[in-house]
Design a binder for this molecule. Sequence first.
Ligand code: 13P
Length: 334
Amino acid sequence: MNIDQLTEVAYAMVQPGKGLLAADESNSTIKKRFDDINVENTEENRRDYREFMFRTEPAMSERISGVILYDETIRQKAKDGTSMVDLIKAAGSIPGIKVDAGAKPLQCCPGETITEGLDGLPKRMKEYYELGARFAKWRAVIDIADGIPTWTAVKSNMHALARYAAICQEADIVPIVEPEVLMDGGHDIKRCAEVTEWVLKTLYQELYEMRVVLEGTVLKPNMIVPGKKSPKQASVDEVAERTIQVLERCVPVAVPGIAYLSGGQSDEEATAHLDAMNKIGGFPWHMTFSYGRALQAAPQRAWSGKPENVAAGQAAFNHRARMNGLASTGEWSA
Ligand code: 13P
């Protein structure tokens, strides 16, 4: 294990002014996004869409420190035969790979899931390194509802995340550890804070027990927000303050950075929350974005699968990448 290399990559991923593009939707998830814009979910359309993002300047070289890819994309070539990995590297950005096999029903825990994908992972990790990946992602999903989450779901998901992280580091790949507490329910912001604190405390205990070197990791958490169906929504300042409070209680100073998921927040909300946290400042980590939907919804709509709209899609991507880049240093204004 090359700890210096892992640490260097982790810091590069969360460097000020930049953040991560989560373009690692599985084929079934990208189908949902394409359905919304009436685009057929073919390999060619997936390539054309991702290719135009990876060729967008100045977004890629100035604002996107790394791109999380799906297995198909890391092996894919752009229309002119250049590999997608080389497109990303040419922009000075780092290729990464989603390695989990998705959240599956958790036995004996109705309504809860366990993320699968550990079997054979050391071998796959070696191949991904050869294909150019220098970091990876694994997403654990924790839902909030009556009597949920259970300790069984929290413990088993955080244990799997720690197993994955150790496997990554042995292959000289930086693990993004992503314990996502969903914002789908009707719970209030306090419940989100309470569950996220529980999840993060458990995660860091598991990482310690699995001998993961924290300096070579990046945390990808949810922000502390009320459930979407909660009658009581929260102000931007409250989200920022509560998120910082929970993270300060749970995340060791040795972790280089925190790259939030957007989780269903609107584009502007995701930017405003990140900006508000960085305006408060004073915490020991770099805080940035690792957004999927909040970076891609606008470019997807602008493109809508039409070659003549690629410039409009790229303009939308440039805009969102710039806004989130500014938010990563607390310099954004509405
Ligand atoms: P969202 O920002 O759309 O939540 O996606 C980020 C991600 O990678 C989820 O695993």
